[in-house]
Design a protein around this ligand. Structure first.
Ligand SMILES: Cc1ncc(C[n+]2csc(CCOP(=O)(O)OP(=O)(O)O)c2C)c(N)n1
Ligand SMILES: [Mg+2]
Length: 478
């Protein structure tokens, strides 16, 4: 029946076009036309998904094929896999990288999501401590290095902090591991804002050869698994320089001073009114180190990245630069089902939450005791702030939740929605109530939504911008 428009088939231009729709998201597509092909396709699909830079694959499995039977043996996975997934770097490149890092005065280790994928937290730490290098972590790498370590230099780029941007733009050598130098990490590649290459030299270790040299020239590039690459680099450092690492007390003091300055910049803006910044800081004080935090879009994503400290791998989940609204709640449910032993908190804007709020039913059904911190500022306030910043203070449009008639703000009552889905809920309007509300939510048996009644004034709702985002301004505007 292929090509005749069977239920849910897209066939206007050619038979079943679904694989083309999903193509940009997957590493490979397989069209299984007969059940016997599955024995061959499945091991290949798993290998493709899990090897190199891991990512999803797609298998097209029509209903008639699903109904077929075969007596072909199921392949033994171990007989179809490479014996080790860890790709080691070229030893010459590692030798050069070690020499360069040992002569650096202001080294920075830039750790991306590849370090988490490779489970390389211990290796990041030992190389950083050996070199006394500042560690700057990307949005996808957050959690790979404890954010209370004296070498932790936070984040760089348009969503970065004072510390991270200062350290990366003034570095002489950057050891970049498992990162693609995304636009957000690099302040839209603006020279001298987050990076200054040259004179900074980059050593880039990545499993994906297409990432090396893509956005910045590299002094040394090596294709490798992050963990294997850092291990080999550590051995090379010891070969060159002995087992005693380097001490840079002044460099550490500089990081500590900048961290304090940044903290003052954030907390100095607090007023008596409840702000997103206060929710993040006060919740951090009561949540255990191993709590999992999730944030997907808008001010909550950027500010949680900057202000909610992560201490352990995989305790921060975020869609990164895709910044997909609607991710927080389902991701929190998934995380809680996988890790019922730790508190899981989703920091969701009121816009973000409304995209998938019906998943509260799944939280209630599965009993996943997630804590949803709903940051209710009555609108898509990050977008409103861009509109105001670019077009003028009176030119925010259609981004605040207002009644069409009368122009009154129309905040959604999230507590009532949570109740309707059989979830616990409470509303918090006072800064002093943030910690106790999180403690009550942690003690509750099932899912719990805390609605934070935030003012939408930028000082209460918006973070501090240090980096740069190149949003093109229309030429016709003054
Ligand atoms: C699925 C999706 N649609 C649209 C956007 C564009 N976008 C980014 S942030 C944002 C508003 C987010 O509002 P909210 O979650 O309430 O956070 P706030 O900025 O108000 O703190 C929008 C519309 C997006 N990132 N994802
Ligand atoms: Mg909002």
């Amino acid at each position: 029946m292929l090509g005749r428009g069977v239920l849910q088939e897209l066939e206007r231009q050619q038979d079943n076009v679904f694989p083309q729709i999903i193509q940009p998201m997957v590493k490979r597509n397989w069209d299984v036309q007969h059940v016997d092909l599955l024995a061959d396709v499945l091991p290949r699909a798993f290998n493709t998904m899990l090897s190199g830079r891991p990512g999803p694959v797609h298998i097209e499995l029509p209903m008639d094929v699903q109904a077929e039977v075969t007596d072909l043996p199921v392949p033994v996975p171990a007989e179809r896999r490479a014996s080790s997934g860890a790709v080691r770097p070229d030893p010459d490149a590692i030798d050069k990288a070690a020499a360069k890092l040992l002569s650096a005065k202001r080294p920075v280790l830039l750790a991306g999501g590849g370090c988490l994928e490779a489970e390389a937290a211990a290796e990041v730490k030992k190389v950083a401590e050996y070199l006394d290098a500042a560690v700057v972590v990307t949005m996808m790498g957050k959690g790979v290095f404890p954010e209370d370590h004296p070498l932790d230099a936070e984040h760089t780029g348009s969503n970065g902090t004072l510390v991270g941007n200062h350290m990366t733009k003034n570095a002489d050598v950057i050891l970049a591991v498992g990162t693609r130098f995304a636009e957000q990490t690099s302040s839209s590649f603006m020279d001298g804002m987050s990076f200054s290459v040259p004179p900074t030299e980059i050593i880039h270790l990545d499993i994906d050869p297409t990432e090396i040299g893509k956005n910045y020239p590299t002094a040394v590039g090596a294709v490798c698994d992050a963990k294997a690459g850092l291990n080999d680099l550590y051995d090379a450092l010891i070969d060159h320089n002995g087992s005693e690492g380097i001490d840079r007390p002044e460099y550490r003091a500089e990081i500590a001073r900048l961290r304090e300055e940044w903290k003052q910049m954030l907390t100095g803006r607090w007023t008596g009114k409840l702000s997103l910044s206060q929710v993040l800081h006060r919740s951090r004080e009561v949540l255990p180190r191993e709590a999992i935090a999730i944030a997907s879009a808008g001010h909550p994503q950027i500010q949680a990245f900057q202000e909610f400290l992560s201490y352990e791998p995989r305790t921060w989940l975020s869609p990164g630069g895709y910044s997909t609204m609607g991710y927080t709640l389902p991701a929190a449910i998934g995380a809680k089902l996988a890790r019922p032993d730790v508190p899981v908190v989703g920091f969701a804007g009121d816009g973000d939450l409304q995209q998938t709020i019906q998943e509260l039913a799944v939280a209630a059904e599965t009993g996943a005791a997630v804590i949803i911190a709903c940051l209710n500022n009555t609108g898509w306030i990050s977008i409103r702030d861009f509109q105001r910043g670019m077009f003028g203070e009176d030119r925010g449009f259609s981004t605040e939740f207002r009644a069409r008639k009368g122009d009154q703000l129309m905040p959604v009552d999230f507590c009532q929605i949570a109740k309707a889905f059989n979830c616990g809920s409470e509303k918090v309007s006072e800064p002093g109530e943030v910690g106790p509300a999180f403690e009550r939510a942690m003690a509750s048996e099932g899912p719990c939504l805390i609605e934070f009644d935030l003012s939408s004034e930028p000082a209460d709702s918006e973070g501090v911008n240090i980096g740069h985002w190149d949003l093109p301004k229309p030429e016709y505007l003054p």
